[in-house]
Each structure stands twice: as structure tokens, then as C-alpha cells.
Design a protein around this ligand. Structure first.
Ligand code: NAD
Length: 510
């Protein structure tokens, strides 16, 4: 049995843990001489030092994956499905261990971290159906004595580059379908919260995944560029901010790779005058401040249409003092700290900046953050925000919710459609006709109707439009099966001397 990484118990240990790579089925200490700090954001102390890979270390991971590829892609669908059922059981059994790493390094509260793992598990469950998902098509007698059929084969060695905000789930979006499809995988997790990737590797080994099929290179831009330029990697999945997503797409495709790069977001929640104000206020608070707003599907703009604005802002304001901000390990905490001190300070700057540009501060999170050295910020609400303000234009990625007042439905939809991002959007209304029109009109990849964070279930695919996605494929679900495989069409005839002739004409189907 593999020795599994110990989940952090309190996350307050002053000792600094080294966080290495995982190559060829084992932890491998980095040799680049470079490392990055990992913090426990709840206490503001460094808890780990993550090795940052060199080009040679990325190559070692790719070579390990290449060696494992012939055996893994030849593994039967039945065995792959059986293995994925074992993976599912093991991850389910260790879900709290995984979640504790997320809380210790990202800061999200433990219940939220458990939710992240649960949503990732759904993608593993989807991958258990790989025999059905990889079924091809067959046309008997396409021409006389000729059959035609399509199959999908793995791309080969594929890589995933992931953001800090979902250190377990987003990698699961990638490695589960990629490996189920017969690929070998190299993961480059966020250097801010890298430990979950090592427990993931250990659990996969424990479940029986052959060495080399899943590798982890810890690192920064050096490792990312080495992945993008490596001739042995056929496809790259990326999730992160828009500027980096654009860079990954441009560089990866220039190096001949298939690339899907999911970027940032500015998700609007439109509340129509007929909506249930109490329900909309609950949803806005949950979706605006859950995970301290560090979700790509967080609601960051509330568009209040017509006379719903005053009662809605009032209903949200009433709820804010009740949001319990604290260490994510403490039972009862509802919102944890931000991931780093720099990020907390940047998010806080939008409160003052918004006021300077004419917004009204309804709640100021700088005044309600818990004491201590943790990277905390309380919940903030800005009213009378307009599209010219930085608080509206930028992806703040923190617990700052902006209210924009719109006169009409059309004005509200134009705001969403004119925004450069197009990840998620929500509409709150009691009017079925308006909801149906909204789904027709709106330019975004994921739409919620009275649902504030419409993250699709694992058997649909996840992805935005516009600057929220570079490339064609969305993540997980059916589109991931397509992304991680290449199509092949076979035209087949078995020897029949009676029909054999020399014919220099273009083949005709008769
Ligand atoms: P980020 O773009 O800073 O980092 C993502 C990954 O890119 C990390 O692995 C990081 O090491 C790497 N990276 C960072 N700078 C780089 C550079 N200059 N060159 C090459 N690689 C680099 O994103 P983040 O701060 O970790 O995550 C938050 C962002 O991710 C937000 O914008 C959020 O909206 C987005 N996100 C999007 C989705 C989605 O599905 N669309 C999901 C989760 C997060």
C-alpha cells in the first residue's frame, strides 16, 4: 500500500513542508534550486515550499508519460472502467483528507472544500462510463462489400495547467477524462496550493493506475513554457485568468498542440422586478461571497432592474452582518481568507477605488475582517456602480459585490452581452417567458434561471464564451471526450477476388 500524504490537522504548524514533484509513480524532489512559498492564508504564515520545475524536470515527466503510454492505451475499456470505479471509491473515502489540504492552502472553509471534492468526484463517476463514451459508429455495406466505421483514439501525452481556486476539482476535470480516454497526463498545478495534487497522485497509484500515467510537475512560468513547447505533448488544457489563457492558447497552438484555455469571468446576476426578493438576496449573498468570491462562477455584478433595486440592496445589506468570516478549519466559518496577502490588498483596493469613482459603499469588508495576520477581508457591497468604473470592468475575484441599476430588461441584457467575458450569468424572475427569452438572447456559456452558480453537472460540459474561453472545447462532459481523443475513420473491405479490378478513377460508393 502506498503511504498517503497526511492531511493537515490544524494547518498552524510553523514548520515548512517541502512539496515536490510526482514523476514515474513517486515523489521526486526538485533539482532546479528554485522554490515558491505556500501559505496558510488563515494565519498568514508560510506552511510550505513548493519545488519549481526546470525544463529538464518537465521533460522527465513527459518521458515517464511517454514510456507508460503504449501499455496504458492498450489497456482494455473494461479494465479502465474497473480502475475508475476503484479510483472513485478511494477518492470518496479520502474526500475529507483532500478537502483539508484545500482549506489549509487555499483558505476556503472546509464545507466548501468538501463541496469542491464532491463536484470533482462527479467527473470521476462520469469517466467510469468510458466504454460507452468511446463507442464509435459503423456503416455496414457503405459500398458493395465495403464497411466504414469511426473510432476515437487517445491524443497521447496531454497536460493540464490549473488555477489556485479549485486545486482538486479543476485537475479532476482534466485528468479523469484524459486518462479514461487512454492518454497519459502531466499536471502543472497552481504553485499557490500544490499539495492536493500530490495526494491525488498517491490515491491514483493506490487505486492501481500504472506509474507514469499521471505525473505532477510543480512550477511556474518556466514549467508552463516547457509544457507548451515540448514536442512530446499533444494537447494542453488550461484554466486560469484571461491574459494567461490567451497566452497559453497562442503559444500552445503555435507549437502544434490542441489547446483548450478557459479564462476569467465577470458573472452578472440579473434580478427582474417580479423576482422573489428574499430568494434573490439569499442567492446573491451565497454566490457573491462563497469561497470569498474566488470562484470563476461567482456572481460579481448584480443587475437590479427597475424598482427591485432598493428592496434588493436592503435585503442583501441585512444579511451581510450574519456572514461568519473566519479560519476555514473552524466549524461555523462560512467564508475564509483570500489566497495571498497581495490578492487581499488588491481586492480591498476596489472598495476605495469604487467610492472614488462614484459608487456608494453599502458594506465595507475592510472594517469587518477578523483580527490577526490572516489574509482576511469581510464582505463588501458597492451600489450605484456603472460600467465605466474599474470595480465593474475588472475581474476582482474577491468578496466585493457590485450593484448596477438598470431601467429595463433590454438594458440589463446589453450589459451582459457587451461585457468582454461570457462565462456564467443568472436571471431571477417568476416569468417563464422572460426566462426563455433570456436564454435565447444572452451571450454566455452557462446560464442559470433562478440558479446563481450554474456549474453544469458532469455529463454536460463546462465553459464560457468570449474572453472566458480560447479554443473550441469546453471542459469535462462529452466535449472532454472529444478533446482528449482523435477521430479515425476506417474504410474496410475483405478479400473478394470476384470484385478485384484496377480502377484509376476516384472511388465511388456503389
Ligand atoms: P492564473 O492565470 O494566474 O494562473 C493559472 C495557472 O497559470 C497557474 O498554474 C499558474 O502557475 C500559471 N501561470 C500564471 N502566470 C503565468 C505566466 N505568466 N505564464 C505562464 N503560466 C502562468 O490564475 P489563478 O490566479 O491561479 O486563478 C484565478 C483565475 O482563474 C481567475 O481569473 C478565474 O476566473 C480563473 N478561473 C477560470 C475558470 C473557468 O472555468 N473559466 C475556473 C477557475 C478559475
Amino acid at each position: 500500500m502506498t503511504e498517503l500524504a497526511e492531511a493537515p490537522t490544524e494547518g498552524r504548524d510553523a514548520t515548512i513542508t517541502r512539496i515536490p514533484h510526482w514523476i514515474d509513480g513517486a515523489r521526486v524532489d526538485g533539482t532546479s534550486g528554485r522554490s515558491g512559498p505556500v501559505y496558510n492564508p488563515a494565519v498568514g504564515l508560510q506552511s510550505g515550499a513548493v519545488d519549481l520545475a526546470s525544463v529538464e524536470e518537465v521533460d522527465a515527466a513527459v518521458q515517464s508519460a511517454k514510456r507508460a503510454l503504449p501499455g496504458w492505451r492498450a489497456t482494455s475499456l473494461a479494465k479502465r472502467a474497473e480502475l475508475f470505479f476503484a479510483i472513485r471509491e478511494l477518492f470518496h473515502a479520502h474526500r475529507e483528507d483532500l478537502a483539508k489540504f484545500l482549506t489549509a492552502e487555499h483558505g476556503k472553509v472546509l464545507t466548501d472544500a468538501m463541496g469542491e471534492v464532491a463536484r470533482g468526484l462527479e467527473v470521476i463517476e462520469f469517466a467510469c462510463g468510458i466504454p460507452t463514451l468511446l463507442k464509435g459508429e459503423f456503416s455496414e455495406q457503405a459500398s458493395t462489400g465495403v464497411d466504414v466505421y469511426s473510432i476515437r483514439q487517445p491524443v497521447g501525452v496531454v497536460a493540464g495547467i490549473t488555477p489556485f481556486n479549485f486545486p482538486a476539482m479543476v485537475p479532476m476535470w482534466m485528468w479523469a477524462p484524459a486518462i479514461a480516454c487512454g492518454n497519459c497526463f502531466v499536471l502543472k498545478p497552481s504553485e499557490k496550493d500544490p499539495s492536493a495534487s500530490l495526494l491525488t497522485a498517491e490515491l491514483l497509484k493506490e487505486a492501481g493506475l500504472p506509474d507514469g500515467v499521471f505525473n505532477v510537475v510543480q512550477g511556474d512560468k518556466v514549467a508552463v513554457d516547457a509544457i507548451l513547447e515540448h514536442p512530446g505533448i499533444g494537447a494542453v488544457s488550461f484554466v486560469g485568468s484571461t491574459p494567461i489563457a490567451r497566452y497559453i492558447y497562442e503559444s500552445g497552438t503555435r507549437h502544434g498542440k490542441r489547446v483548450q484555455a478557459l479564462g476569467g469571468a465577470k458573472n452578472h446576476m440579473i434580478v427582474l422586478p417580479d423576482a422573489d426578493v428574499e430568494m434573490a438576496a439569499d442567492a446573491a449573498v451565497s454566490a457573491g461571497y462563497g469561497s470569498a468570491g474566488e470562484r470563476c462562477m461567482a456572481v460579481s455584478v448584480l443587475v437590479a432592474v427597475g424598482d427591485v433595486a432598493d428592496p434588493l440592496v436592503e435585503a442583501i445589506k441585512e444579511r451581510l452582518p450574519k456572514v461568519k468570516v473566519g479560519d476555514g478549519m473552524e466549524p461555523g466559518s462560512e467564508m475564509g481568507p483570500l489566497v495571498t496577502r497581495e490578492h487581499r490588498d488588491k481586492v480591498a483596493s476596489y472598495i476605495e477605488g469604487g467610492a472614488g469613482q462614484g459608487a456608494r459603499i453599502v458594506a465595507d469588508g475592510r472594517e469587518t475582517a477578523p483580527d490577526g495576520d490572516g489574509f482576511f477581508l469581510g464582505v463588501s457591497l458597492l451600489d450605484d456602480v456603472t460600467p465605466e468604473m474599474d470595480a465593474y470592468k475588472d475581474e476582482i475575484f474577491g468578496p466585493v459585490l457590485s450593484v448596477v441599476r438598470a431601467k429595463t430588461y433590454d438594458e440589463a441584457v446589453s450589459l451582459v452581452n457587451d461585457n468582454p467575458y461570457g462565462n456564467g450569468v443568472a436571471l431571477f424572475t417568476r416569468d417563464g417567458g422572460a426566462a426563455r427569452q433570456f436564454q435565447f438572447d444572452v451571450n454566455a456559456g452557462m446560464v442559470g434561471i433562478n440558479v446563481p452558480i450554474p456549474v453544469p453537472v458532469a455529463y454536460y460540459s463546462f465553459g464560457g464564451w468570449k474572453a472566458s474561453l480560447f479554443g473550441d472545447s469546453h471542459a469535462y462532459g462529452p466535449e472532454s471526450i472529444h478533446f482528449y481523443t482523435k477521430g479515425k475513420v476506417v474504410t474496410s473491405r475483405w478479400p473478394d477476388p470476384a470484385t478485384s479490378t484496377v480502377d484509376l478513377g476516384f472511388p465511388q460508393t456503389r
